[in-house]
Write a protein that binds this ligand. Sequence first.
Ligand SMILES: [Zn+2]
Ligand SMILES: [Zn+2]
Length: 194
Amino acid sequence: MLICLLPVAGVCDGDLDTIEGFVASYFACETRRLPPLETPAGAWDAKRGQHDATALMRAALPLLPGGATRLLVVTGHDIYIPMLTFIFGQAQVNGPAAILSLARLRQEFHGLPPDGTLYVERVLKEVLHELGHTFGLVHCADRACTMSLSINVTNIDVKRGELCDACADELVRRLRVLRAEAAGGNDGPAGSGT
Ligand SMILES: [Zn+2]
Ligand SMILES: [Zn+2]
């Protein structure tokens, strides 16, 4: 299994090191860091002062290397989809790609002093959340589970940074199915989750 990281230009190496190390160890898989994607000109929405998550994903998807299992796009831009004021990230449920925005995970974004430890905790929770979606996990009702929906950073901070037992079991089952499919089957239908 190979999970690729695609930084959108501007993400610092330290953040990518942290994310890559976590992904490699959590999923016990190979990782690859792709060259940074230049922000597509059409992705900026001047009216909203944000970047369009869908436009970034559209630019990123063709860069998924052959043989890669999943692609995680990481951006420092604050991103949105039309129906929401912002999103922390978005994933194709049971699909190949997810995007994560680091912007609102920083205390500074909310006018607070920087907190590097809290920032890293938030980043890794959201990495697991979005990749969890790509492996077919849906939102969990357990607020402490990393797969519960976050609409603000407080929601992220109450999560434990781990999956609940039910989600953890489901992830194991999904990864097993995925490996079986890789040996000669079809992917299930892809949906969308934030
Ligand atoms: Zn759960
Ligand atoms: Zn979600």
